[in-house]
Design a protein around this ligand. Structure first.
Ligand code: UDP
Ligand code: MG
Length: 335
């Protein structure tokens, strides 16, 4: 009879590596503010020496020398990676490019924030704390914002409308300032749609999402790169990407107009029968009706057109962005 030898297995050596958090930082013509931003971010993150922190700056085709400034930052800080896009692709694509690059480094979490100091670096530490307590996505929600009255009213009406229309619940007053855990990022990078509304996409992914309230500061330098035209485009991407309400509106309006024309027909019959002396006019009714219907039809064709346009762009399946330069940080993460 053989005795089973008592095998002592050595306790597994658990290597507790420091969690890696990568900041994804879109930059478009921020030459006057980006140094101050980086300094503030470095100062804030220094309060968490237990984390490994890296910074991915995405230069979104700046024309004011921001790229050179970023490369200088990289020379002075080995944790900085600079990604230069070949032209201005817009904030949402710049962030996407940064997320894709960050994803390659297999971080434990990424944090997206603006580089104009409107998103305070200290708040990103709060996002990290909530993430450490178990959340997968932690978004920073504006309690207050110091922007122009125009920006505040347009933004709040947009969020109101989006809340009413979107089929996914997209939290209000939340920009792209957020922390995303690795497993959510793994999924997010597989979304390759062109008309991107990232905050909607992330909300759409699910997982455990929590908010942190913060007060949005004023810009440190320069001007907003989101003029009305771009804001409207983003708003359209938000609504068309997450709601089919505009399409359903066509049939609703069609229904309402048919009901109205039925009433009008009834009116015509009543006049003809009861007040035949007044029955001749009608040109006004026809004229107004023609223009009214023509206008409605055109507006609604526009609605269809915007969906068709999206289908078209998606079917072209072009790459979302083209990278002209990758200057990685000298500190390559150990595999
Ligand atoms: N941004 C970008 N590409 C653009 C426009 C903006 O990368 O085409 C960056 C910009 O540098 C900033 C962030 O996106 O870090 C938010 O832009 P901005 O501050 O102009 O928007 P706002 O805060 O006014 O909504
Ligand atoms: Mg800003």
């Amino acid at each position: 009879m053989r005795e089973t030898p008592a095998v002592e297995l050595p306790a597994p050596v658990v290597q507790r590596e420091q969690p890696l958090v990568i900041y994804v930082l879109p930059v478009y013509d921020e030459v006057d503010g980006v140094d101050a931003f980086h300094a503030a971010l470095v100062e804030a993150t220094a309060r968490r020496p237990d984390l490994r922190v890296e910074f991915v700056y995405v230069d979104d085709g700046s024309s004011d020398g921001s790229l050179d400034r970023l490369l200088e930052l990289r020379a002075g800080d080995p944790r900085v990676t600079v990604l230069g896009l070949s032209r201005n692709f817009g904030h949402q694509l710049a962030v996407t490019a940064g997320l894709d690059l960050a994803h390659e480094a297999r971080p434990d979490a990424v944090i997206v924030m603006d580089t104009d100091l409107q998103d305070p670096p200290a708040v990103s530490l709060e996002l990290i704390e909530v993430w450490e307590s178990g959340a997968d996505v932690v978004y920073a929600q504006r309690r207050s914002r110091r922007d122009t009255l125009f920006k505040r009213t347009t933004a709040s009406s947009f969020y109101w409308l989006l809340d009413r229309l979107a089929e996914t619940h997209i939290p209000r007053d939340v920009g792209d300032f957020r922390l995303i855990d690795r497993r959510v990022l793994d999924v997010l990078v597989t979304y390759r749609e062109h008309n991107r509304f990232l905050r909607g996409l992330v909300a759409n992914l699910g997982f455990r999402q929590e908010g942190v309230l913060f007060d949005r500061d004023a810009r440190v330098a320069g001007e907003s790169k989101y003029p009305l035209r771009r804001m409207l485009r983003l708003a359209a991407d938000g609504i068309l990407g997450f709601s089919t309400f505009p399409l359903r509106l066509i049939s609703r309006l069609g229904g309402a107009i048919s009901a109205l024309s039925l009433l009008a027909a009834l009116y015509a019959v009543v006049v003809r029968v009861l007040f035949p002396a007044h029955a001749v006019p009608g040109w006004a009714f026809l004229g107004v009706g023609m223009f009214f219907l023509g206008g409605i039809q055109l507006i609604m064709m526009g609605v269809i057109g915007s969906y068709v346009g999206r289908t078209y762009v998606q079917s072209l399946n072009r790459p979302l962005y083209n990278v002209a330069l990758v200057a990685r940080g000298q500190e390559t993460p150990a595999e």
